[in-house]
Write a protein that binds this ligand. Sequence first.
Ligand SMILES: *Cc1c(COP(=O)(O)O)cnc(C)c1O
Length: 404
Amino acid sequence: MLSVKSLKGFQYHAFTAFVHVVMPRPTWGSRTFATSGSSIDSSLLKIQRATALKPKPVFDNSLPFGKFFTDHMLEIEWDEKDGFSAPQIVPHHPLSIDAAAPCLHYGVQCFEGMKAYKDKSGVVRLFRPDKNMKRLNDSCQRLSMPMFDGNQFIECLKQFLKVDRDWIPDKDGFSLYIRPTVIATSSSLGVHPAHHALFYVIACPVGPYFKDGFAPVKVLAESKFKRAWPGGTGCNKVGGNYAPGLLPQKMAAQQGYSQVLWLFGEEDYVTEVGSMNFFVFWKRADGKRELITAPLDGTILPGVTRDSILELTREWREFEVSEKTFTMADLINAANEGRVIEIFGAGTAAIVSPINGISYMGKEYAIPCGKDGRAGELSTRLFHELCDIQYGRKQFRDWSVAIH
Ligand SMILES: *Cc1c(COP(=O)(O)O)cnc(C)c1O
């Protein structure tokens, strides 16, 4: 197979087509490693269409998150010796992996969350997909899994979106949620770097995060359980970060709070909320208005939405924008002195999620919002600004990437 690498493009294709013909895949388990190099090659992509298409759910507010998957999925295998396999788009299907696979035992797994947006004229766009690829590569590196060419991955992703484009709703507030995932699939219980990995992408249509309109929620500041710590994996989107959050999340829900506000250290530094970055818009003690969020010190997930909000508001030059540590004491003082203007979470799912109350050490603090208990001015403005860019109504830098 090594000699194949030196062949010209059309021969390359002829070769892979040949492999495809003589080695039909009776199950989902066997794949052809037509590339002996270590890179993903989107030009080798093969498409095996589903013979019967699934009925699509109704794209309205009853659409549940993450339940209805598109007809197809993208798969790329990686092997220590052979590198990346030819990417393929195949029907969405259950995986067949060894019960010993490290992803099932040691959490050798990472993922991404991104969306495709379709406008009224049918144009599909991705929002800053390069950021997701960078983050997925960082997660892979942290878990000793293979790193990859993000541009090639995006090319494959675009092909996948073309195949399943009818699943992308064209209604405002609706989108296709995309879940790139990397799992270590070696057939061995040893705790060691992956010998074998599967990159795959599944997708599901999703409706607006807030079904009854853009409504503020209450959160519980958690002093006991921690989400992340210095030197850990808080800055990576790895599965191992999320399971331990389920118990505190359940306990918060039992007390009527929709998310956990994660704190760190004896000083109770404010970090993130649920799986969103956390923003406070306040008047500082010196009277200056400031939008503040925790810095990327390794314990914070570098959100694409976070970065976009920072860039947008810095461009506005209307108030100070800071990535700085702050504590619950700072926040409570500001709340008590009437200096908090607005607080919100930020992430791909909700874009912006306004917060109107924080419980801390058994006491609830009211956080100001907009009129009639609706979202505040800044949350609302950022939400619309980001939607306008994502659906192509506004252009900002090269953030929106149309698929042709
Ligand atoms: C995914 C995620 C975010 C938000 O990142 P986006 O790229 O904006 O979607 C924030 N915090 C955590 C813990 C996350 O998992």
